[in-house]
Write a protein that binds this ligand. Structure first.
Ligand code: SAM
Length: 295
């Protein structure tokens, strides 16, 4: 009845016959819907509900706690930008850490950089890795790179134990700040990232949407300005926070290590990223520039 429904915690949408609608307390009053052809997987891990379904127009879709994480049709945009914006902004990245990213897409993109010698990944939920390998082989191909070391665990704890100054780049490919990823948006986590980066090292995090989450973004920017004494930039609209630690100057707007298609190897050519869209990503809408004072 209505009271029972009202009392239920705001749950995420579940797959309903015919359509999947993505509803979340993160975006009240709106829902993105995709026509479902077939539900391919549905289970609950120790951390979240995991669903894979075949959509009518976006290929296969990965959903965690009712929130779409990737679709075969457009995952390239997110995976390429979150990876190449930081890695193309510094010369010769060698040691890279990925927090989250259990679908393997960021690993696939990091592997394009010939200078990279070692890639650590800390993903909290093994079910996401297994499901991606089963249903998204073109995304999970990233796990096959011999430079990758996968740790199943909490990214917060992993960074607490990371040696000081040990990474050139950290990429935080996390879900949203509710559920297991909540602490990945908080100040202590960013402080541990800064400690794990070398001088002039860079971090790029999934930083929500200018349209939906200016309050969250303002907090992230404020924390990053306190913690990172190099550059602090926001890129994109469903965007990314890019920061560098004190040391060799990093100008995120100018890719110093441009990627060309010789990097395609087994993962095929780049579908979204290029040097022009790299620089353009830092052009922000006027309503955002007033809020996000950057340096
Ligand atoms: N592309 C997605 C997006 O735009 O939000 C993110 C993709 S990826 C699937 C997000 C990953 O973060 C998930 O696999 C989730 O299990 C992982 N994750 C969430 N919290 C985590 C934590 N505290 N430590 C490590 N991984 C975490």
């Amino acid at each position: 009845d209505d009271n029972a429904a009202a009392a239920k915690p705001a749950c995420f949408s579940s797959v309903i016959p015919g359509w999947f609608s993505e509803m979340s307390p993160m975006w009240p009053g709106e829902a993105h819907s995709l026509k479902v052809e077939k539900v391919l997987f549905q289970d609950k891990s120790d951390y979240q509900d995991v669903i894979v379904f075949q959509s009518a127009t976006y290929g296969k879709v990965l959903v965690l706690d009712g929130v779409i994480q990737l679709t075969e049709r457009d995952e390239c945009a997110y995976q390429e930008m979150i990876t190449h914006l930081p890695l193309c902004s510094i010369p010769n990245p060698k040691k890279v850490l990925v927090i989250g990213g259990g679908d393997g897409g960021v690993l696939r993109e990091v592997a394009r950089h010939p200078s990279v010698e070692h890639i650590d990944m800390c993903e909290i939920d093994k079910m996401v890795v297994d499901v991606s390998k089963q249903f998204f082989p073109n995304v999970a191909i990233g796990f096959e790179d011999p430079r990758v070391t996968l740790v199943i665990g909490d990214g917060v704890a992993f960074l607490k134990n990371a040696s000081r100054g040990s990474y050139d780049a950290v990429i935080v490919d996390s879900s949203d700040p509710i559920g297991p990823a909540k602490e990945l948006f908080e100040k202590p986590f960013f402080q541990s990232v800064a400690r794990a980066l070398r001088p002039g090292g860079v971090v790029c995090t999934q930083a929500e949407s200018l349209w939906l989450h200016m309050d969250i973004i303002e907090d992230i920017v404020s924390n990053c300005r306190d913690i990172f004494k190099g550059s602090v930039n926001y890129a994109g609209v469903i965007g990314f926070m890019l920061c560098s630690t004190e040391g060799p100057h990093v100008d995120f707007k100018v890719p110093v290590s441009p990627l060309d298609d010789s990097s395609s190897k087994s993962s095929g050519p780049l579908k979204f990223y290029n040097s022009e869209i790299h620089s353009a990503a830092f052009c922000l809408p006027s309503f955002a520039t007033k809020v996000i004072e950057l340096r």
